[in-house]
Design a binder for this molecule. Structure first.
Ligand SMILES: Nc1ncnc2c1ncn2[C@@H]1O[C@H](COP(=O)(O)OP(=O)(O)OP(=O)(O)O)[C@@H](O)[C@H]1O
Length: 253
């Protein structure tokens, strides 16, 4: 069984800027991977390469065994929720989801999933109103429904709970746990660390385009040097602190 996501020395440069530098990942199917990193670390760049939206400058990547250069094969496996929800103001939520089902040729089973998804996200009452009248959270829920509509094998989610109230955020976390239990793989990029602590089987921390730590949340919380424990937030701050800044955590030990 191939890994859900495999990368080897994946690199991306934009002119003089190295956004990603030699990323190696191997993420098994049916797991939730928390992808952490400060602003500008290269998380979006990684997800755009893995969903075929941009080409790497070097290295290789495979989704469920298919190389990312084989766009047609890879897009069949993946669903991507970018940071800005890709919804059309002039459509209703129901129309947006039907449009996606047609565009991606998802077939009758996806069409049958539209109403249950709208219901699950508590959007049924507004499903025939134009998206331009929706709140930020409603737009986010519509976009997320679109991402899971085709039941993709591998989900790439950028801040999926952004703008959601606690109840909607709980619905999303439950859905992600359910999908992973069914064998789907969830690649979750978020700054909301409790979500990662709750859901992630393993975590990778990216800093300035490099993977600086990887392990289970518990492993990252265990400070090998001192044998003490720290929260995931402290682990994140330690691992992404810039060297040369007096007082930063990396220099403390
Ligand atoms: N199209 C682009 N052209 C030039 N530079 C880019 C482009 N896209 C990203 N970058 C640069 O690549 C680096 C990584 O950006 P990226 O958006 O992948 O970070 P990120 O980890 O997703 O950040 P955030 O948490 O703020 O969303 C940054 O220095 C960014 O300025």
């Amino acid at each position: 069984m191939p890994a859900a996501i495999e990368t080897e020395a994946l690199t991306k440069t934009y002119g003089d800027v190295t956004a990603l530098s030699g990323l190696d990942l191997s993420i098994p199917q049916g797991t939730v991977y928390g992808f952490l990193g400060p602003n500008g670390a290269g998380k979006t760049t990684t997800m755009r390469i893995l969903t075929t939206l941009t080409d790497p400058s070097g290295g290789d990547a495979w989704i469920e065994g298919d190389h990312v250069a084989d766009r047609d094969a890879v897009v069949d496996h993946v669903g991507y929720l970018p940071e800005q929800p890709p919804v059309y103001d002039e459509l209703t939520a129901r129309e947006q989801l039907s449009y996606l089902a047609d565009l991606r040729d998802l077939g009758a089973s996806a069409r049958d999933r539209i109403d249950p998804l709208l219901e699950r996200f508590e959007l049924l009452g507004d499903a025939d109103e134009p998206i331009r009248t929706y709140s930020k959270g409603m737009r986010q829920k519509t976009a997320l429904a679109g991402t899971v509509l085709g039941d993709p094998d591998v989900l790439f989610l950028d801040e999926p709970t952004s703008g959601l109230d606690p109840r909607a955020a709980r619905t999303v976390r439950d859905l992600l746990a359910e999908l992973a239990a069914q064998g789907r793989t969830v690649f979750l990029s978020t700054h909301v660390l409790p979500v990662v602590e709750e859901l992630a089987d393993s975590v990778g921390v990216l800093n300035e385009g490099r993977l600086v730590a990887q392990g289970t949340p518990t492993e990252l919380e265990h400070r090998a040097e001192t044998g003490t424990e720290r929260g995931l937030e402290d682990a994140f701050l330690d691992l992404t602190a810039e060297l040369g800044h007096p007082g930063e955590a990396v220099l403390e030990d």
